[in-house]
Design a protein around this ligand. Structure first.
Ligand code: ZN
Length: 434
């Protein structure tokens, strides 16, 4: 299938980004964005430490060079050089010797999965720690142990990036994904790679809507982005947080806060078309950045698309979320679903029938009985549906759903009717009926 080359390309990007130690700030994020910028041009923004963003403050910038624990014979028992998960993110610098009892509270493992390294952070509370396979605890025999973390917490900045792809309308679609996790593949490199490829593809198309892609750290990044873009939010017509897009699980769509916006309807429709195992979840104020987009004072029509949701797979937030856990074919599948969602967003228009009193005479306009293509009857049928329901209250998606005729046929029928002057786009396509 033609899925394979693009899946492999996205997987290749993940392989390159995998070793980098990312966090909510720091050079790992910059390096990652620089590489994504080779796929699609990015505007990179730096927001200084101390900047107030709603109720939060941009934290100090964290960077790390080295972290290890050695026993009294100088043998390294755990070493950040081997895996970026070994150092707890935002660990303060340390270089000291500890007895076992003092060291143990700083060691994190997953006893149920003794070979996996957990992912731990301490962004907003000063602390330090090491994460390691539970099995490796038995290496800690002869204390005292020397723990070294060469990290820095300095006044720097938080980094995020945007790629804006202008359409003929200033109405925007927002695609948001987080970029703050270290060596973890599904969360979040899969989203990073799929969004980069989607943006690259959209740049080559003629678009009606404007698409704004954002790569930013989770939580503090979306809060920062929202606080700096408040004046632009009313342009956002639809959006998705797109994360966890590389595993083998079925798609899960988490609805927007209201649950009844166009993006909710479109994603549900796209999943119905091609994903029989997909599941729909109602909004809840827990999860990823959709929490911020769905906060009461923001309340944007932004849903969330994942495959298996966060916390619902064993490998989540552990070293087992690795290059074996994400597969090129699942990345490609996610990309194609998102492309279909874009196609529906672009094509879903509300029209007004310009000849609403009885049926217009299609034959004299060359529209009836003269249609080409493989399904002329269906196209004619679709025209009648479009004419009947184009009363300024129903979108083409509503018409497709109601008539049971596929969206692409309904869209083609509308194109013919627009060409014949029988439909006009409604000026204000907000507040649909039904
Ligand atoms: Zn995560």
């Amino acid at each position: 299938m033609s899925n394979q080359p693009v899946g492999e390309a996205m997987f290749g990007l993940i392989e390159e980004l995998y070793p980098i130690c990312r966090s909510i700030t720091g050079n790992g994020v910059r390096k990652t964005l620089a590489r994504i910028g080779e796929v699609v041009p990015l505007d990179v923004y730096e927001v200084p430490t101390g900047t107030q963003v709603f109720d939060w403050t941009v934290p100090r910038e964290w960077n790390i060079e080295e972290a290890y624990i050695e026993d009294r014979d100088g043998r390294r028992l755990v070493d950040f050089a081997n895996h970026s998960l070994h150092a707890m993110s935002y660990s303060v610098p340390i270089d000291d010797t500890f007895e076992w009892d003092e060291l143990r509270p700083h060691l994190h493992t997953i006893p149920d999965h003794p070979d996996w390294i957990p992912y731990r952070t301490s962004y907003y509370k000063e602390n330090w720690g090491f994460c390691l396979p539970d099995r490796d605890l038995e290496k800690f025999k002869a204390g005292p142990f020397r723990a070294v973390i060469r990290s820095s917490l300095t006044d720097g900045s938080l980094t995020y990036a945007e790629s804006v792809i202008p359409g003929s309308s200033s109405r925007e679609v927002l695609f948001f994904n987080h970029v703050c996790h270290p060596s973890l593949c599904n969360d979040n490199l899969a989203g990073n790679a799929v969004m980069a490829e989607l943006a690259r593809r959209l740049r080559e198309r003629k678009l009606k809507l404007t698409y704004r892609f954002v790569w930013a750290p989770g939580t503090i990044g979306s809060i920062t982005w929202l606080s700096r873009n408040e004046d632009r939010l009313e342009r956002i017509h639809a959006g998705l947080v797109g994360v966890l897009l590389g595993d083998s699980g079925p798609f899960h769509y988490k609805r927007t806060r209201s649950g009844t916006t166009e993006i909710d309807q479109i994603v549900e429709f796209a999943l119905n078309e091609s994903q029989p195992d997909a599941r729909l979840l109602d909004f809840s104020p827990y999860g990823y950045d959709e929490r911020q987009f769905g906060s009461p004072g923001i309340d944007l029509p932004v849903g969330r698309l994942t495959r298996t949701p966060n916390g619902e797979y064993e490998e989540y937030h552990s070293s087992a979320d690795n290059l074996d856990f994400v597969r090129p074919e699942h990345l490609a599948d996610s990309l194609h679903l998102l492309e279909r969602i874009v196609q529906l967003l672009e094509g879903n228009v509300v029209y007004q029938n310009t000849q609403p009193k009885c049926e217009p005479q299609l034959g004299k306009r060359g529209l009836y009985g003269s249609t080409g293509g493989s399904q002329p009857k269906q196209l004619e049928h679709a025209m009648l549906w479009v004419l009947n329901m184009s009363d300024s209250r129903h979108s083409l998606l509503d018409i497709s759903t109601r008539s049971g005729i596929g969206f692409d046929v309904v869209r083609a029928a509308a194109d013919d009717l627009v060409g014949a002057g029988l439909l006009e786009e409604r000026a204000d396509p907000e507040t649909l009926g039904e």
